[in-house]
Design a protein around this ligand. Sequence first.
Ligand code: NAP
Ligand code: GDD
Length: 339
Amino acid sequence: MPTQSKTALVTGITGQDGSYLAELLLEKGYTVHGIVRRSSSFNTSRIDHLYRDPHEADTRLFLHYGDLTDGQNLTNLVLDVQPDEIYNLGAQSHVRVSFDAPAYTVQTVALGALNVLEAARQLSKTKPTRVYQASSSEMYGDVVETPQRETTPFSPQSPYACAKVYAFHQTVNYRNAYSLFASNGILFNHESPRRGETFVTRKITRAATRIKLGLQKKLYLGNLDAKRDWGYAKDYVEGMWRILQHDEPDDFVLATGETQTIRTFLDYAFGVLDLDWNDYVEIDPRYFRPSEVDLLLGDNTKAKEKLGWEPKTTCKELAELMIQHDLTLAHQELKRTSN
Ligand code: NAP
Ligand code: GDD
């Protein structure tokens, strides 16, 4: 049941988190504006189910072309839309790719966040607005304490993580310097059936289900020893929303408090299909990173106590629901190829 009548602006609305967040905000009665990059092919598949005919009276989702690197466009949009809440989720979000495209990653992740904050600052001169910055556990990098919490020092290990550290500090700076309601969510890895197919969990669930149906023979991966604190994206967007409903701006870790190796995720995913991953997985050094983050494990105590947020889905349950989704996709693919 709708409980709100606020307006939100979401960057990165076509991504995994943006799509779940848009669903949540629409359910809560928000009017939602999303920024979409112009692409030579369609890039809205994750939100198409939310997007009704704009001539319908009750449409509450509006999409605008834009790019985080275009500050003028962002400011114009923010001043036009007059959002109560801005969620900055847009990013070149792939850590391995950030080593290949460091400058572009910094432009979208670091300067993009600055552009969003500056646009919000302009709006806040005439109307209060709140900004959520999608910060990342990758900032902890070569971790100096475990588990990682809000007070743990950062030690970034990739161009992506360095850019996220900049965005984190700039968010705090705009809060202190301009009294802007600007908060960081420091989110540990979160996955779903909508996860991009080059992130390791989805790469595994897509491959396992295709192997099961004979559509693929091998799965090539990199470092299997890294440990990640994996949660379900749908749980995490609820946390983002709660961060902006808090009575004051602050920074929060969202995590499950459990960590697993890639090997364990392989056990869970292939196990659902009664397969032994050792028969199919091969190591390809192309997927190693110039510097790796070996262990991430978050402490979500502050979010539990101050926001009443906690994750509802275990890593094993997450692997199961991703496998069920990807099995359906694999069956559809098999049907298409055998017709
Ligand atoms: P994602 O699926 O990769 O989505 C990224 C979104 O950003 C897409 O909508 C993408 O648009 C958009 N984007 C990329 N470059 C852009 C640009 N220059 N201008 C405007 N939009 C741009 O990422 P996600 O997993 O949903 O993550 C959301 C945010 O949380 C990201 O900032 C990510 O770094 C951060 N984060 C993610 C996790 C996680 O585990 N998922 C954890 C911590 C933090 P296209 O669809 O056109 O590519
Ligand atoms: N992508 C990928 N592909 N990763 C692999 C592979 C592979 O073939 N083989 C092993 N890995 C290892 C990586 O080396 C890394 O240690 C781990 O699997 C997870 O990789 P990703 O799924 O790509 O995620 P990530 O942890 O690097 O980054 C994600 O989480 C961050 C939060 O901690 C992204 O969503 C970031 O945007 C996010 O900030």
